[in-house]
Ligand binder design. Structure first.
Ligand code: ZN
Length: 313
């Protein structure tokens, strides 16, 4: 039973999304230990950094070294975020397996986040696609459509717009297009509706659910996405990456709680809960004083848990 392949892929985004969203910079040595602990827990895809100018994001200045280290883990998909062609060049040179580009569904967020219109981001996407096709065709390229469920700046985001943009991203060369609840505004019915439409339009190229827990609906939204066929979920250990608009709330869905939910349901994640909780130690050591979230780690695993899980047999 435990040799059966996992049914969902948990894509750990803490070392990029999480670390990028906080003020403190985790020293490189701690990042490497943290990534090793995540791999030991069974995570098979990790977004390890982003390739942006160090003056803009000093937290990510060591991305090439972190990628180099992560590549030593056999079977791990090493992923990096790239905002543009220049970032993609650096990321591809580093040897990553997968690059991910942020494209905003909201025009206001696009201008604020990358200082480009959505149309200009599509041009950037085409350029990045041409680059990887010519240089390293084996590298996968995915797009996460940010603010797909609402935008802090503009409010509601038209669902037809989201789907049109997702199709345009796929036509521009993205292998997968996922939907991100950047602002933590999504609710389960909306998640069902949008992912159902996305899958109808893109089929196998419909990508991950990237949910935030800003208003406490992160897990409910992941479950809604699962119910309509989504099988890849972004999450962050300890919910790292607090949302600046909601003090005291975690930003990204907490990996520990998401894995607990799926495993409790009998949906195999391939992740060992106990090892996952152990992986919080290098995270805390590397970011002293930073809040680390998670209901499951605080409550502990239920009695008899091990006998229920796939990793124990
Ligand atoms: Zn996020």
């Amino acid at each position: 039973m435990h040799n059966a392949p996992p049914e969902v892929l948990i894509s750990e985004v803490g070392p990029r999304d999480g670390l990028q969203s906080i003020q403190a910079t985790m020293p490189t040595a701690h990042k490497l230990r943290w990534i090793d602990a995540l791999v030991a827990a069974g995570l098979r895809e990790i977004e390890v950094g982003s390739f942006v100018p160090p003056r803009l994001l000093p937290q990510m200045a060591d991305a090439p070294a972190v990628v180099q280290h992560a590549l030593k883990h056999p079977g791990l998909t090493v992923m990096a975020l790239v905002p543009n062609r220049r970032g993609a060049e650096a990321a591809l040179a580093s040897g990553v397996h997968k690059i991910t580009l942020p494209v905003s569904a909201s025009e206001a967020h696009s201008l604020a986040n990358v200082r480009k219109t959505r149309e200009q981001m599509l041009d950037e996407l085409r350029a990045v696609h041409a680059l990887r096709r010519d240089a390293v065709p084996g590298v996968a390229m995915e797009v996460g459509l940010s603010t797909a469920f609402g935008c802090t700046l503009q409010g509601a985001v038209d669902e037809d717009d989201v789907i049109r943009l997702a199709v345009a991203c796929a036509e521009a060369g993205a292998d997968e297009v996922g939907l991100s609840d950047t602002s933590g505004m999504a609710h389960p019915l909306q998640v069902r509706r949008l992912f159902t439409r996305l899958r109808a339009e893109l089929g196998e190229r419909a990508g991950a659910a990237h949910m935030h827990n800003t208003r406490g609906l992160g897990l409910a939204n992941c479950l809604a996405a699962y119910d309509v066929g989504v099988r890849t979920f972004d999450a962050s250990l300890g919910g790292l990456g607090g949302c600046p608009y909601a003090p005291g709330a975690s930003g990204n869905v907490v990996t520990e709680d998401l894995v607990f939910m799926f495993e409790a349901m009998g949906v195999r994640t391939g992740v060992d809960m106990e090892q996952l909780i152990v992986a919080r130690e290098p995270l805390k050591a590397g970011l002293p004083g930073e809040p680390v979230y998670g209901m499951t780690p605080e409550a502990g695993l239920p009695k008899g848990w091990l006998s229920n899980t796939t990793s124990a047999t």
